[in-house]
Ligand binder design. Structure first.
Ligand code: C2E
Ligand code: MG
Ligand code: MG
Ligand code: MG
Length: 281
């Protein structure tokens, strides 16, 4: 490695970059077949209301198991699905399946809302509203039992286009949630004008509870702001009882994270609900 600091750096890094590009091409090619081949499945992670202890919601998380690549993380394949335009059909599938699942769980007596992640490109290039209408119609799901999660950066990216879509969702009664809140740069004045129902505090801040005073201060400020704007709050990535207790004390509405439950295959959710652990923080 004596040469590595000089021109040799090329030799050290080039094969790695090449491998990355090859992986990318391979994953993207495989992604084209994934939906038709039935390689996608949905996992679900419950959310608990800190006041009542009820399971007030559940987030659907997409999983992809490829016969050769194995389990591919959404953090890797969602950006590729966006670049290739496949996100539109994949997103429509998630919405459709999500509404059918939500309707089945309602039928069994559950009164929570099911959250579906929608990415930037889905919002812009796909006929999202038509997809939502079709999914609600086919499942006979009441609109308020569906929550659409959009990241903060999506909201701030193209303000006018986003506002139109959010208004259309709000008119239907679909809930809208800002995912990963605190990681972007939202303008408060702008947030206040949008029909938003819920704000999800990013895991980065939750993991700082008890460790980092800045994270705690940010959480406190965000909760106060959400209260002022009339938005409900969910903290994500809650991993410990101490984090849950801190959030409960500050009046956060709901929590989601490994402490309550890891994401599980959707087929397991009714059993989990029936056996939902007693409320404690
Ligand atoms: P997200 O929407 O912020 O989802 C939360 C992520 O945090 C999930 O990762 C979940 O498994 C993980 N998580 C939940 N609780 C904990 C915890 O206590 N500790 C830790 N360390 N992690 C926790 P996942 O499933 O890998 O998804 C990653 C991201 O991929 C999601 O972030 C979302 O942005 C995107 N994604 C997942 N499914 C979909 C989908 O159907 N459509 C779109 N467009 N994006 C999706
Ligand atoms: Mg999410
Ligand atoms: Mg999130
Ligand atoms: Mg996230």
């Amino acid at each position: 490695f004596a040469k590595a600091a000089g021109p040799g750096r090329y030799e050290v890094f080039a094969p790695e970059m090449r491998a990355q590009m090859e992986r990318r091409a391979r994953v993207e090619a495989a992604l084209h077949e994934a939906l038709a081949a039935g390689q996608f499945s949905l996992f679900v992670q419950p959310q608990r209301a800190l006041g009542s202890g009820n399971t007030c919601g559940a987030e659907l998380l997409l999983r992809w198991l490829h016969p050769e690549l194995g389990q591919v993380s959404p953090a890797e394949f969602i950006p590729l699905a966006e670049d290739s335009g496949l996100i539109s059909v994949i997103g429509a599938w998630v919405l459709q399946q999500g509404c059918l699942l939500a309707a089945a769980w309602r039928e069994q007596g559950w009164r929570g809302s099911v959250s579906v992640n929608v990415s930037a490109l889905q919002l812009r290039s796909a006929p999202l509203i038509e997809q939502v209408d079709r999914a609600l119609l086919a499942s006979a799901l009441p609109a308020e039992a569906l929550t659409i999660e959009l990241t903060e950066s999506v909201l701030m990216d193209d303000v006018d286009a986003t506002a139109d879509v959010l208004l259309a969702l709000a008119r239907r009664g679909v809930r809208v949630s800002i995912d990963d809140f605190g990681t972007g740069y939202s303008s408060l004045a702008y947030l206040q004008r949008l029909p938003l129902h819920e704000l999800k505090i990013d895991r980065a801040f939750v993991s700082g509870i008890g460790i980092d005073g800045h994270s705690e201060a940010i959480i406190e400020t965000v909760l106060a702001m959400a209260g002022t704007l009339g938005m409900e709050t969910v903290a994500e990535g809650v991993e410990t009882a101490a984090q849950a207790a801190f959030l409960a004390k500050l009046g956060c509405d709901a929590i989601q994270g490994y402490w309550l439950a890891r994401p599980m295959p959707v087929a397991e959710f009714p059993r989990w609900l029936a056996a939902a652990p007693a409320y404690s923080p």
